[in-house]
Design a protein around this ligand. Sequence first.
Ligand code: HEM
Length: 224
Amino acid sequence: MYKTPEIQKKKPKIRKALKSRFTEANLIQDIVLTQPLSVRVFHWGFALSMVIVIITGFELHKPASFLAVNFGQVFVLHIAAAFIASGLVAFRIFDALIRHDTSLIPSLKDLKMLPKLMAYYFFLRSTPPPSGKYNSGQKLIFSSWIIVFIISSVLGLASYWLGEHLIWVWRFIGGAQVIRWSKFVATIYFTCTIPVHIYLSLTEDLSKLQAMVTGYEKNSPETP
Ligand code: HEM
């Protein structure tokens, strides 16, 4: 039967010259593929397009008086980046389904682990509680991003096609102004949580960041 490990222990493809050096140093068996290409393409594409969506979103919401930018061009950039981000989210969901990857889905156990993880982040514990590929905080943030993004995309399409399609969304939520404010609140949520994500990625374990770039990281006792 097909077993679905959270981390795929595939043999890395390494250039011959490096391979012999690694073999000499007994390193090959210590290197594991933790971030497949699909996740890396999704991650960096989603990160870039979301930064564009957020910055252009703020500009469209309330144009900054000190910026002499063309409103129409900002709008096109906003829509284009939002469509790219939507495509990438659809791709990641499809990828998770075919790889039976549940690493982004939080469980009840993750909620129970959260206070211990917070105690670690606030320097009240010396070690983080045990976790799989992502810890409980990451799972909650990542899955909330996907959900908030999907809801905002539907609201975004409803305002893009105002009065033409998705009229039920418009009626359900209570009008264009509520759609506008809901998207603004979602943008604030992303703006508050993305810096925390970047800060923790750069300060916690740099081998995780290396894996998000190369795919591979050194096998450590914490990575099951
Ligand atoms: C310079 C900026 C960023 C850096 C350095 C960074 C770094 C990382 C790293 C290292 C991980 C893996 C965490 C781990 O294995 O423990 C990760 C995962 C993730 N990041 Fe970022 N990130 C950045 C920006 C963003 C932005 C702007 C977003 C979008 C809102 C984002 C969304 C995600 C998501 C959704 C995952 C989970 C990936 C998956 O499994 O599909 N990241 N990031």
